[in-house]
Design a protein around this ligand. Structure first.
Ligand SMILES: Cc1cc2nc3c(=O)[nH]c(=O)nc-3n(C[C@H](O)[C@H](O)[C@H](O)COP(=O)(O)OP(=O)(O)OC[C@H]3O[C@@H](n4cnc5c(N)ncnc54)[C@H](O)[C@@H]3O)c2cc1C
Length: 505
């Protein structure tokens, strides 16, 4: 039996469409990106009208969707938190704590009045004549269809489909007598007591879930095709431990720890390019003393790719390794041959018994929330468009998007992009422009187009699976994205908004 993700889209949409009014800015998504965008918009432009639409029934995006046991951040919360709102807890936080933090941001800055939950955006059409987007919405609770108009569309929809997790089909799944669960659709009442659980996957989700469920389950097996890099920092940074007795104001603590983590992340990222072998050795050797004696670290925990080509999975205080040492969990590195009635047979011929199989197999990437875009009546095929600094899309007027970092805390980029969008709105105002469109200059005509994500740089499964649906990047600024935070925090604040690549009308 397989559990399914909660339905986000309404079952039955009504035929009739109602006018829901006009706003200056319309934000799609009430996750970390959308809430951050709304804060900055309100802070910088208190007179502008805006609304935030989200398909789900509450705030938080990722942290609302992912409710599996142990769900937590991989990043430290000093950089995953916004620069304007101090984080007050240990570095690594549980999903619930992140939701609470986002709730505080909404309350403290009065953002609730702007958010419309259960509003699934289905289409966005730009009209040059009217200088506005028409945004079609279907309500999740009533099925009612609504039409908003807006002068500027800010897409903060995240990168994956919240309703449809990625779950490959394996041979024999239909005869499996146990339960198959995806972390994106975790059943609230799932009883793990005394169960044999197999978790398919080796990324951050598997690493988080396994120690959390190993307490209750009879045994948990991590079944992975290939190894991932792990890093086991303390939940509380030693610098935070040292600073605590000084009783510093929260704002200072936040800023000091932020700088500490930014520099640490930068060092890691730089090392991954400049000294990948040393970083590889460091990561492997730091795991060794935490693993059970005789553990085959080469087979199970020695990845074949360069560190940071995929996210390094954080296991705070080494809790995954503790579960392995205590014999509550084990690792099998092999490919799945078939599901059987009572478990999974792998290519070696061994059968792993299972009552519950968790498919921690990742996401289905979605392009701009699967919204159907048109510009002056022409459907937008994003594969034919280019990113402008990872913030706008060529040929799409008055539209910005917030997309965070893969290697650093997502939110570091939320603040940076919000500043840039603020400058853009100010520039439009100063120029008396009602329209801004990223447009290739004559000197960009021969530009070599590159995939959305260069596999040499970052090649996680969900990114690679979606190369053929994503927009492209060019070979020169400003048509690139996925730069390191170290570069972007210099480049984005100074980005020339009058370099000829943005056409104002
Ligand atoms: C389990 C897990 C742990 C993670 N941990 C970290 C971490 O530690 N550090 C880190 O940097 N990153 C982490 N990430 C990545 C994470 O997704 C980002 O950090 C961040 O939460 C993305 O925020 P967002 O607001 O951009 O998108 P999301 O969180 O995906 O939220 C987008 C919102 O937009 C809504 N939406 C989408 N399409 C539409 C539509 N068409 N109409 C209306 N609403 C729509 C969705 O319902 C959703 O609520 C993690 C991801 C997962 C899944």
């Amino acid at each position: 039996m397989t559990t399914t993700a909660p339905t986000i889209a309404p079952a039955q949409a009504t035929e009739e469409i109602q006018d829901a009014g006009h706003v200056d800015v319309l934000i799609v998504g009430a996750g970390v990106s959308g809430i951050g965008a709304a804060y900055h918009l309100r802070d910088q432009f208190p007179d502008r009208t805006f609304v935030i639409l989200d398909a789900q029934d509450n705030r938080g995006g990722t942290w609302l969707t992912h409710r599996y046991p142990g769900v937590r951040s991989d990043s430290d919360l000093f950089t995953y938190g916004y620069r304007f709102k101090p984080w007050r807890g240990p570095s690594i936080a549980a999903g619930e704590e992140i939701l609470a933090y986002l709730g505080e941001v909404i309350d403290e800055y009065g953002l609730d009045q702007y958010i419309r939950y259960q509003h699934q955006v289905t289409a966005a059409s730009w009209s040059t004549e009217d200088r506005r987007w028409t945004v079609e919405v279907t309500r999740g609770d009533t099925g009612q269809r609504l039409r908003f108009t807006t002068g500027f569309l800010w897409m903060c929809q995240g990168y994956y489909n919240h309703a449809k997790p990625y779950r490959p089909e394996w041979d024999g799944m239909d005869r499996f007598q146990g339960l198959v669960v995806h972390p994106q659709a975790w059943p609230e009442d799932l009883d793990l007591a005394g169960k044999r659980v197999v978790v398919i996957g080796s990324g951050a989700t598997a690493a988080t879930l396994i120690p959390a469920i190993a307490e209750k389950a009879q045994h948990v097996t991590m079944l992975q095709r290939s190894p991932t890099y792990f890093f086991a920092p303390p939940v509380k940074h030693e610098l935070a431990v040292q600073l605590e007795p000084l009783g510093l104001p929260d704002e200072w603590m936040h800023e000091i720890m932020r700088r500490q983590y930014v520099s640490q992340q930068q060092m890691l990222a730089r090392m991954s390019f400049e000294a990948p072998d040393e970083l590889h050795a460091f990561l492997i050797e730091s795991m060794r003393p935490l693993l059970p004696e005789g553990f085959d670290i080469d087979r199970h925990f020695t990845p074949r790719y360069r560190p940071w080509q995929q996210r390094i999975a954080v296991v705070p205080d080494g809790d995954l390794f503790a579960a392995l040492r205590e014999g509550k969990a084990s690792v099998v590195t092999d490919t799945i041959d078939t599901f059987t009635e009572h478990g999974i047979r792998v290519s070696s011929g061994a059968e792993i018994p299972a009552d519950i199989v968790v498919t921690a197999t990742g996401f289905n990437l979605s392009v701009f929330g699967d919204v159907a875009f048109t510009v002056d009546g022409d459907p937008v095929d994003f594969t034919q468009h280019l990113t402008w600094r990872g913030v706008m899309i060529s040929g799409l007027p008055n539209m910005a998007y917030t997309f965070g970092y893969f290697r650093h805390s997502w939110t570091l980029r939320v603040d940076l992009v919000s500043d840039l969008v603020g400058r853009l709105l100010t520039t439009m105002h100063d120029k008396g422009a009602t329209m801004v469109v990223p447009t290739l200059r004559p000197q960009d005509a021969d530009m070599q187009l590159r995939p959305w994500s260069d596999p040499e740089n970052f090649n996680s499964g969900y990114v690679m699976r979606s190369q053929d649906i994503m927009f492209k990047q060019g070979d020169r600024e400003p048509w690139t994205h996925m730069l390191e935070h170290e570069q972007e925090r210099e480049i984005l604040p100074k980005a020339d908004l009058d370099d000829g690549t943005l056409v104002y009308r």
